[in-house]
Write a protein that binds this ligand. Structure first.
Ligand code: FAD
Length: 518
């Protein structure tokens, strides 16, 4: 990527700031239309919100309740396209709403029927009302106390950072230049004061550099207002940030093949318990936040709230000792001055063009990243007076596309790359040994991450190429020295580098452990 940057002369068509779902989605859309694209990410791809979601590809049952039918329909269509374009990463999952009052099954049954109807030809399967016995067949670990029955509906589930890494590969294969560890520090302007480029810092090689473009797009999610102010110090705040946390428990808390959807928690939110990579993921919360941080932390009170909600449904009651990992993400919601409740703010995306010509794309959700990118590139191309070209991502296969990837077991998330990962194991038997008994990961995924997926730091491998940190923070810490050793071998790095990486990773990973843990 650095070579592509060095070899490039003159202006890019697009410079995109931010390597989350929004930025990388825009990069794919623009490059596949034939535009010349540079994307800069200050940390690793997906370091922000895009690795910290609930992992749902969904229309959003809650937006249905808010009456936002167009948002739901658009997201349901995108859900269908994502299953079609990245079948190795998206799966159809049954969600059961357990019911305890006589009116709940017909009420949620009708709403979820509408949800399925709105999906039209992109439907994932018809919802239906379940008896108490059928509900317990789907959710054998549900507490049967007071249960009357349930309603099952179908939605999508995915691995967010794996999808992002595959989107980066897709953009790169079509010719985009995408750099991680390249922070945009400021903007350059032309003689009319219009933004025409960026000043940036390559934090791996300790070098400043500049790049020019016909249009610059700010896709920095929760950091959007900070980046807007690099171009205009007086830019008003447009975001209302909200933190959401998740906890990860062992799989047996949610036995069976379905997820639980709780339509109304004590704080009037939706909460999910989902089977994910052999574990149970439970979340999320909604806590207003003033300043965005690269590593937002979960408060003990937030963890307790999620645990107590889960305990109402699980037969085996989880406690803080059962939490394998806790992670927090920040929603970049677009501000509405008359609402103090971020749970009620719109998840729709917005495009803002400043007087300086800087374009900011924000809001939306992971599920709709493709549609957001399409809108953004339409606007940006017009702003930059680029030749008009049609969007082609509707049916564009995403890197790794493989409709039969289940055959690769835990490597199924690699899709068509799984045989290459397996070859690393057969070429060097030590790379097939598990790195920790609690998780399925092997040295082969580490080597593949470094060679093929731009993993530069220990955290990149343990948090976003594999999901070790998100699944079991203690196990991730235990495997860190061995993973650092394997990475050093690949990158030609020294024992000092290994030690430094383990130290930096330990600092980050402590935030994923329960505060009561030593
Ligand atoms: C708790 C939670 C649960 C969610 N669950 C779901 C879900 O289940 N399904 C769904 O569809 N959506 C979900 N979402 C929404 C979805 O995750 C977000 O909409 C999406 O990830 C936002 O992506 P983004 O690229 O805009 O932001 P980010 O992923 O945060 O990316 C912004 C990037 O910009 C980079 N950056 C910042 N400043 C600079 C700079 N100066 N130079 C270079 N780079 C910079 C950051 O490092 C970051 O990587 C959830 C969100 C949260 C918080």
């Amino acid at each position: 990527m650095l070579k592509r940057l060095q070899d490039h002369s003159g202006q890019w068509d697009f410079i995109i700031v931010g390597g989350g779902a929004t930025g990388v989605g825009i990069a794919i859309d623009a490059v596949t239309r034939g535009y010349d694209v540079l994307l800069l990410e200050q940390s690793d791809f997906g370091k922000g919100t895009s690795s910290r979601s609930t992992k749902l590809v969904h229309g959003g049952v809650r937006y249905l309740e808010q009456g936002n039918l167009s948002l739901v329909m658009e997201a349901l269509k995108e859900r269908g396209l994502l299953l079609q374009n990245a079948p190795h990463l998206v799966r159809n999952l049954g969600f059961v709403v357990p019911t305890y009052q006589w009116w709940e099954s017909p009420f949620y049954g009708a709403g979820l029927k509408l949800y399925n109807l709105l999906a039209g030809k992109y439907g994932f399967g018809a919802s239906r009302i379940l008896s108490k016995e059928q509900t317990l067949e789907h959710l054998p670990a549900l507490d049967p106390e007071g249960l009357r029955g349930g309603v099952i509906y179908f939605d999508g589930q995915f691995d967010d950072s794996r999808l992002l890494i595959n989107l980066v590969a897709t953009a790169s294969e079509h010719g985009a230049t995408l750099l991680n560890y390249a922070e945009v520090k400021g903007f350059t302007t032309n003689s009319q004061g219009m933004v025409d480029g960026v000043t940036a810092y390559d934090s791996l090689n300790y070098e400043d550099f500049e790049a020019r473009a016909k249009v610059v797009i700010n896709a920095t999610g929760p950091f959007s207002d900070i980046v807007r102010r690099l171009a205009d110090r007086t830019a008003p705040q447009t975001l209302a940030l909200s933190k959401g946390i998740h906890i990860v428990l062992d799989r047996d808390f949610l036995a069976g093949d379905s997820a639980i959807m709780v339509p109304h928690t004590a704080d009037k939110r939706v909460m999910f318990a989902i089977p994910w990579h052999g574990h149970t993921l439970v979340g999320t919360t909604d806590t207003p936040l003033v300043n965005p941080e690269p590593e937002p932390l979960a408060f003990d009170t937030e963890v307790e709230f999620v645990l107590s909600t889960a305990a109402r449904y699980f037969a085996k009651k989880p406690t803080t000792k059962d939490v394998r990992s806790v992670f927090a993400g920040i929603r970049p919601l677009v501000r509405s001055d008359d609402s103090k409740n971020t749970a009620a703010l719109s998840r729709e995306h917005t495009i803002r063009i400043e007087d300086s010509g800087l374009l900011t794309m924000c809001g939306g959700k992971w599920t709709t990243y493709r549609r957001m990118a399409e809108d953004c590139v339409n606007q940006a191309a017009a702003l930059a007076k680029l030749p008009e070209r049609d969007c082609v991502t509707h049916g564009l296969k995403i890197h790794g596309h493989d409709a039969d990837s289940e055959q690769y077991g835990h490597l199924s998330v690699y899709g068509s790359d799984a045989p290459a990962v397996r070859r690393l194991m057969s070429d060097e038997i030590a790379l097939s040994w598990p790195l920790n008994e609690a998780l399925p990961y092997t040295g082969a995924e580490v080597v593949f991450g470094v060679r093929e997926e731009m993993a530069m730091t220990l955290e990149d491998v343990l948090a976003r190429r594999t999901r070790a940190l998100f699944l079991n923070a203690r196990a991730a810490l235990d495997m860190a020295p061995r993973v650092a050793e394997l990475m050093a071998r690949e990158l030609g790095q020294t024992p000092d580098w290994q030690e430094q990486q383990v130290g930096e990773f330990t600092d980050v990973a402590c935030g994923y452990l329960m505060s009561s843990e030593p």
